[in-house]
Ligand binder design. Sequence first.
Ligand code: NZQ
Ligand code: ZN
Length: 393
Amino acid sequence: MINFEFCSPTKFVFGRGAEVKVGALVKQFGGTKALVHFGGGSVKRTGVYDKVIAALWDAGVAFVELGGVQPNPREALVREGIALCRKEKVDFILAVGGGSVIDSAKAIAFGATYDGDFADHAFGKDTKVMTPVPSALPIGTVLTIAAAGSEGSCNSIISLGEEKLKRTITGDRLRPRFSILNPEFTFTLPPYQTACGLADIFAHVVERYFTPTGRVTVTDELCEAVMRTVVAESAAVMANPEDYEARANIMWAGTVAHNNVCGVGRAQDWSSHGIEHELSALYDCAHGAGLAVVMPAWMKYVKDAGLERFARFAERVWGVEKGDDLAAMADEGIARYTAWLKSIGLPTTFAELGAKGEDIPKLAANLHLNGKSLGAFRPLTETDVREILKLAL
Ligand code: NZQ
Ligand code: ZN
């Protein structure tokens, strides 16, 4: 086990009706005037917005609002939010929605306190503000989709400019002070968005599970439990979107998968995420769908770097019978993972995603590796990335 620091200061308020506490929570964490940030309208259609606003009124919290966050959130709305926060002297950001809304809220929270351009940090141009972010307004979330894990994570992923690149802003100051998780709020998700969320949650554990560091047993066992839970509950939730217990287990799995409790003590990979972010930046596809295309291909390409780990994944997550032929076990585990992704209705090839083979060189180049490698399980060059994407055609 390698040395680590683990900071997960978010207060999670979980369950039916939890949103009634939102106003009191904003006040508890020092907010007097909030920016209520939301997406393209789902929260208004489902009634979540009205419940949140009522709770803010009840607690006497002043607020302004900014909707319109698109999936794969854009830099332009972040800038609008930063300007609004400064003009209105906002001291708290409340995100009501999914990962895109929360990430946009986090970027606004950073940018509103930063004496410079927030995107310089994401591009790494400004050496004064390299990781982690030096400051941010406090953030709270009301989560409406179990997927990105942004409700407990230290990251914000923003699509930048005309270049169609996705970049990460990071730092413990971006971790929400509180997150309200009411599984009932996810009943209204369309099946495809539910499936994208399941794939993303699973992928967050995979990125941490496939590691070159040996014998981090607690973390391994936690990872396996979360992956098995996601797969086990997926059938129930796809069959009945209003299965509260399935939604509840998936929602908590989504948080645990990405607040890093499943990642400490070892090197993590993250190459599939790095590759996928360029897909969702270029094609504006759902992040979870992009992962369903990239991750099986990544597994096929890197498996020989750690057949024992892949065999363990096959046995403990997918129930593959233990045998002497580790390569056969690994292949069967990857096949069952891919079959699961298909079974919940996700694309697993470029063609099914609507991506184009001729864009592969551009997608790989957009990672801007500049001679550096990507990932830890099996460090990848730009050439490796192109080969992985070819396996996904
Ligand atoms: O925009 P609205 O109208 O709200 O609709 C959304 C959106 O169209 C809809 N939706 C959300 N909750 C709903 C609902 N529709 C009906 N009922 C509900 N309860 O779902 C669509 C997708 O929402 P989005 O927020 O984009 O989904 P997700 O949570 O998957 O977030 C994806 C973003 O998170 C980033 C991804 O790159 C992507 O940009 N990620 C952020 C991470 C982080 N901050 O730590 C880590 C992840 O790996 C990921 O990269
Ligand atoms: Zn993800």
